[in-house]
Design a protein around this ligand. Structure first.
Ligand code: ATP
Ligand code: MG
Length: 658
């Protein structure tokens, strides 16, 4: 992606301060390189050492990696452990019983604090309750809960008894729930009467009933209902049970079920940005190890930190960096029920101030929408809040445009906090390519270098390494402990999707395009593989054109796709959300010209979008990611016939039609 790429080459660099380097778990470049070297010299020895040091095993493993069934790899296979024991009991044993595990802030602002001792008691009662209705090791349990202490406890309770959970985000429809129940053959559902978001009560349990009414949910024996609001909802006798009644008389102790390291801790469906969601299956031992390591090295978690990951437990980020990672490290964390814009768009900043949050982890989509909101309502601007407790910021989910990165750095981090731009996927279990705060000189828009031990590389279509400075396909050359084990019930799709024959089935295919900086080897994600554009023979990532558009002060968000063009092979089509009103008629024409010229100046004339369309928003998944595959269809003028089950805002498609 030669000429065009270098034109936007990012020159700002942010080295870590001496104080940050000194205090960090991985301190300085030499320490990082020593870890990478150790992994390179003795790959299994490296991961084996870490697994022994950071995870508590009931029965130690003797074999680190078993490749005999490749690409179905096994890690620490003869070791036994329990993930919930690692997250709860062992913190009590370490004297942290009275430490606050979770600071829960409800939608209405009410705060509840739960200590490790209290959380263990709740999880144990919950686990005993699930056992009392016949749920046992290996059973699948579908969780459809709002952000709550009970949500975290439900997942931990499943882990405690060896049941495999499948969390479905509370915004998904009955159809999605039904499909996921069927796909997993779940035996029980754990849900709530209603959820509270943005000052409204939204029914949840009725969606489960609707899923049942669609048929095919016969595998479900019970529906356990957490009473969140007390709203009036129907209960089916013999099937539906109130959580508080189920656990009322249960014991506060529950012996953990010791499971094999490979035992499936959970199934989780990907967000559906590129196609029909895949049921990703994760392990217990390897997954937990990476959750812990990334908490310690990427987030540099310390005993007195207050950690806040704003994701929902319905996404992998909420699994690894709310339910498992922070608790396994004995940290104090925030669990937030509400939305960032209620009662106003200053909610996040107010919460950081009031809970003295020190590590804050959110998504570019949230940052971009809060930038726009602060523009519209100056009262919601972060400058009105004291954010001095922060020491580290993180970003995840999509590439973060340099302009948004800089705003985050200046306005939230006060120019003082490193930003870890963590590249990873549902399938990878935890961070893959990311800065480490005490090591990495940051470059806005780049996820920088692989986590120590992760063998990330960029190759061409035949699997050969491409030189730095040249774009290609992101792969991981060796299996790693927290990787996806299979797609539930569809091992063939697993092989085809992640270990394709193009690379002789040897490399893990991430599905993203990337480029390494020609000087320092830093990785930048350029978009999904099918998002690379070819305009008159020039290859360009969609990401850099979007970044150029977002760098314009009038633009809040932008998504770029290609469409066939007789003259240039492919033409660039941009969908743009302005900070102000959506222009129409002559105002729109004028704005289109202005933005085309802007991109021409920022990148080069070749990158000028041929079409620009304005919307009040972009089509997004419920996790906030832009669905470019739908935009591709719109750009071509096609009817949308694809899977839209995870689309948040279907109405927007109408607005964006040509
Ligand atoms: P599906 O696989 O169903 O299409 P999805 O890929 O959006 O959905 P996730 O697993 O939630 O589902 O997202 C992982 C993807 O998110 C990555 O492959 C990458 O495209 C993007 N991503 C995540 N973090 C970053 C980051 N820091 N920088 C750039 N891209 C990122
Ligand atoms: Mg994906």
């Amino acid at each position: 992606m030669s000429d065009v790429e270098t034109a936007t080459h990012e020159h700002r660099v942010f080295p870590p301060s001496e104080a940050v380097v000194k205090a960090a778990a991985v301190s300085g470049v030499a320490a990082y390189e020593a870890l990478c070297k150790e992994a390179e010299t003795d790959y299994e020895g490296y991961w084996g050492r870490l697994a022994r040091e950071h995870v508590s095993w009931k029965q130690p493993f003797t074999q680190t990696l078993d490749e005999s069934g490749a690409p179905f790899f096994k890690w620490f296979a003869d070791g036994k452990l329990n993930v919930s024991y690692n997250c709860l009991d062992r913190n009590l044993e370490a004297g942290l019983g009275d430490k606050v595990a979770i600071i829960f802030e409800a939608d209405d602002g009410k705060v509840t604090k739960v200590t490790y001792k209290q959380l263990l008691a709740l999880v144990s009662k919950f686990a005993n309750g699930l056992k009392s209705i016949g749920i046992k090791k290996g059973d699948r349990v579908l969780i459809y809960l709002p952000m709550s202490v009970e949500g975290v406890a439900a997942m931990q309770a499943c882990a405690r008894i060896g049941a495999t959970h499948s969390v479905v985000f509370g915004g998904f429809s009955a159809k999605s729930v039904q499909e996921r129940i069927q796909d997993a053959g779940a035996v029980a559902v754990i849900t709530a009467d209603e959820q509270c978001r943005g000052g409204k009560n939204i029914p949840l349990k009725p969606i489960i009933d609707e899923a049942f009414a669609m048929g095919g949910c016969e595998s479900i024996k019970n529906v356990v209902v957490y009473q969140r609001t007390g709203g009036n909802i129907p209960m089916t006798a013999g099937r539906d049970l109130w959580l508080h009644e189920l656990i009322k008389d249960q014991s506060e102790t529950c012996e953990p079920e010791w499971v094999d390291a490979e035992h499936p801790l959970f199934l989780l469906y990907t967000s559906g940005s590129t196609g029909k969601p895949k049921g990703v299956q994760h392990s217990s031992g390897g997954y937990l190890l990476h959750a812990i390591l990334t908490m310690k090295w990427t987030f540099d978690i310390k005993p007195d930190d207050v950690f806040w990951c704003t994701a929902d437990i319905g996404w992998v980020t909420g699994h690894t960096y709310i339910t498992y990672g922070p608790l396994a490290c004995g940290a104090t964390e925030i669990v937030f029920e509400g939305v960032p814009t209620y009662p106003d768009a200053g909610r996040f900043w107010k919460m950081i101030e009031s809970h003295k949050v020190s590590i804050f982890y959110t998504a570019p989509t949230a940052i971009r929408s809060l930038i726009k909101a602060a523009d519209v309502n100056p009262a919601a601007h972060p400058k009105n809040y004291s954010l001095t407790s922060l020491r580290l910021l993180g970003s995840v989910g999509e590439p973060i445009n340099p302009a948004a990165w800089q705003w985050y750095y200046d306005n939230i981090g006060g120019g003082r906090c490193p930003i870890v731009d963590t590249f990873w996927q549902t399938e990878t279990g935890g961070h893959m390519i990311t800065p480490l705060p005490g090591v990495t000189t940051l470059v806005p828009g780049s996820c920088t270098l692989p986590f120590p031990g992760i063998q990330a590389a960029i190759v061409d279509e035949t699997g050969n390494d491409v030189p730095w400075g040249q774009g290609g396909i992101l792969v991981v050359k060796k299996p790693w402990p927290s990787m996806i084990r299979t797609i539930w019930g569809d091992p063939e799709r697993f092989k085809k999707s992640y270990y394709p024959q193009d690379f002789q089935g040897k490399y893990y295919l991430a599905g993203d395009g990337a480029i390494r900086d020609k000087d320092n080897g830093y990785f930048t994600i350029t978009g999904r593989i099918d998002d690379v554009l070819n305009v008159s023979g020039h290859r360009m990532g969609t990401m850099e054109i979007e970044s150029a558009l977002v760098a314009n002060p009038l633009v809040a968000e932008a998504a770029v796709v290609g469409r066939p063009d007789e003259l240039t092979g492919e033409a660039i089509c941009a969908f743009v959300v302005l900070k102000g009103e959506r222009p129409t008629g002559d105002a729109a024409k004028k704005m289109i010209k202005e933005l085309q010229d802007w991109v021409g100046k920022e990148i080069g004339p070749i990158a000028k979008p041929k079409d620009i369309r304005f919307g009040e928003n972009l089509p997004k998944t419920r996790s906030g990611k832009i669905m470019r595959r739908l935009l591709r269809a719109l750009a071509k003028g096609e009817e949308i016939t694809q899977d839209v089950s995870t689309l948040e805002n279907p109405a927007i498609l109408e607005q964006l039609k040509g």
